[in-house]
Design a protein around this ligand. Sequence first.
Ligand code: DC
Length: 230
Amino acid sequence: MKKLTIAIDGFSSCGKSTLAKDLAKELNYIFVDSGAMYRGIAFFALQNKLIIDGVIHTDLLINRLDEINLEFVYNKEKFESDLLLNGVNISTEIRKPDVAAIVSKIAVLKEVRSKLVSTQQKLGEFGGIIMDGRDIGTVVFPKADIKLFVTADPKIRAERRFKELLLKDLNTSLVDITANLEERDLIDTTRKISPLVKAEDAIELDNSNLTRESQLQFVLDLIKERFNTL
Ligand code: DC
């Protein structure tokens, strides 16, 4: 069977990664969380004091992009990949509020996007991949076999992210999360380069009232229907 390329785009905290992980497990494909890579660069900028009082020193960051090596390594205990920045596991750090607060501002930078898009395209060279993000169906894999555009009610999204962070013991509040999601949605949809838009040939999936199992089944049925397989 042909190894498919599946692109999943959508707003923050819509459950894209959950769906992508479930699909990857079901199909035995690679899963790549492209947002984690943008978060990795944001973390590097914070760690190297390239952000002072909320101001990103863009030129300094761009000059240092070559020093950044991001790599996903599968963690058998967690059944998911860790993100390594120059060999150091930063999976927990990239979920923290300080990274969430600045990542969309880092993701507007042309140089950052071109570095990450080419890495992402290399990861998907041989198909058999599910990648989630904001520009996967439009820029990274414009010829993807399946494109999904995931949406969910903003209130439900904020509650989901809140629960996720509580589980990880990361201290935050629902009010702060809601404000952060609204800000990120605005920046992600209005930036000049590769803004978040639904690709013309993407299928919209509103999962506000869907269980994890039913959203997975929806996509599996779609694959079966289109590719007469599974
Ligand atoms: O999916 P996430 O919330 O972890 O993504 C973090 C940020 O990275 C998000 O605010 C927008 C940006 N991003 C992007 O611009 N393009 C992608 N393909 C993935 C994420």
